[in-house]
Design a protein around this ligand. Structure first.
Ligand SMILES: NC(=O)c1ccc[n+]([C@@H]2O[C@H](COP(=O)([O-])OP(=O)(O)OC[C@H]3O[C@@H](n4cnc5c(N)ncnc54)[C@H](OP(=O)(O)O)[C@@H]3O)[C@@H](O)[C@H]2O)c1
Length: 326
């Protein structure tokens, strides 16, 4: 099988495309023939060796996969054979085949493409967990999504709209704001402008928002926190800007607002069963057409290094997906 391998941490351009032996399933595992693999900012950081946890070298990058089950290890449920599944893995998705525990495989709804499924689990589960469990989003509330044209941001727009919110999408370029609008945002805002907070009122007739969805961090977080209405919730999702902001806590007191950490990965590691209702809701919404997880674009395996570099360079739009079918 073909696979992309990281032999040393550094620029994605140093990744190599190689022939590797097909994996064999161990007890309880299945082998998935990869149809598509989703990539995110964390995958790019792992390759660069800049993520908080390092993956031992050498490794095949990629943590989200969708494809067909083609082999079963001892004890793996026979019902999974030939089924289309999506799954998360610590590594290994940028390969023609991957062996994973049967327990982590989730059936792909009939109407969902492999490309959509490969980019689905992380960004959509994070968004639903963030808005429902952590943010207690109610229909009719207004949400400000930062980094709105990234993979995590686009899913947040889709979920917030499905939950009945008005969505203001903040992004750095016109092209990104257009993409956020296409993904369903009601309004867009250019948060590279110094006084971007002032743009809220002419858009919505309000000076404040009920929730902030923040996968970016850096200087933007404090300004976004200042945008919250009393009773508002600032959802801390990630730090793509690199810098972890230190905000004055008196803002939480003065605004009577909450700052809530959204660590979906930690949440399901601590309580694996907690993801079952999230996925049930999400796959039902996808089947009903209530959410729209199709990626903006998909790329062949050879382009994976360039896709990862664009994530590091802040040039990526939407959830990038690598396709294995021609
Ligand atoms: N909490 C969780 O459970 C969870 C789950 C998944 C991912 N995450 C986190 O969510 C964040 C976003 O992931 P993603 O896959 O959506 O990434 P992405 O597609 O690259 O989007 C990140 C966005 O952040 C903005 N940004 C600002 N400064 C940046 C910089 N220096 N470099 C790159 N982007 C920058 C960019 O938007 P503009 O150019 O418009 O500013 C970009 O579109 C990551 O930090 C990731 O770790 C958290």
């Amino acid at each position: 099988m073909k696979a992309i391998r990281c032999l040393d941490y550094g620029a994605p351009s140093a990744l190599v495309l190689e022939e590797m032996d097909d994996p064999s399933p161990r007890a309880g595992e299945v082998v998935i023939e990869t149809e598509a693999a989703g990539l995110g900012y964390v995958d790019a950081l792992l390759v660069a060796g800049r993520y908080q946890v390092k993956t031992p070298l050498p490794f095949v990058p990629g943590s989200e996969v969708a494809g067909k089950v083609i082999a079963l290890g001892d004890g793996a449920p026979e019902a999974l054979m030939e089924k289309r599944v999506m799954a998360l893995s610590p590594r290994g998705a940028l390969a023609g085949k991957i062996a994973l525990p049967a327990a982590v495989c989730v059936p792909v709804p009939d109407a969902m493409s492999a490309e959509a499924a490969a980019g689905f689990i992380v960004s959509y589960c994070t968004a639903l967990y963030g808005f429902e469990d952590c943010g207690k989003l109610r229909s009719g509330e207004t949400v400000l999504v930062l980094g709105a044209a990234g993979g995590v941001g686009m899913a947040a727009i889709d979920i917030a709209k499905a939950m009945g919110a008005t969505v203001i999408a903040a992004a750095s370029t016109e092209e990104k704001r257009e993409a956020a609008k296409k993904a369903g945002a009601d309004f867009t805002i250019d948060y590279t402008k110094e006084d971007w907070r002032k743009e809220l009122e002419p858009l919505t007739g309000r000076r404040d928002v009920d929730l902030v969805y923040d996968p970016v961090g850096g200087d933007l977080s404090e300004t976004a926190l200042r945008c919250l209405a009393p009773g508002g919730r600032h959802l801390v999702v990630g730090f793509a800007a690199g810098e972890i902001p230190r905000v004055p806590l008196n803002l939480a007191l003065l605004k009577r607002c909450a700052i809530v950490g959204v660590d979906w990965g930690g949440h399901i590691r601590a309580n694996p069963a907690a993801n079952i209702p999230l996925l049930k809701t999400l796959t039902a919404w996808a089947s009903e057409g209530k959410i729209h997880p199709e990626p903006a674009a998909s790329y062949p395996l050879e382009e994976a290094p360039a896709v990862l570099q664009r994530l590091l360079d802040r040039e990526s739009i939407g959830k990038p997906v690598i396709r294995f079918r021609s």
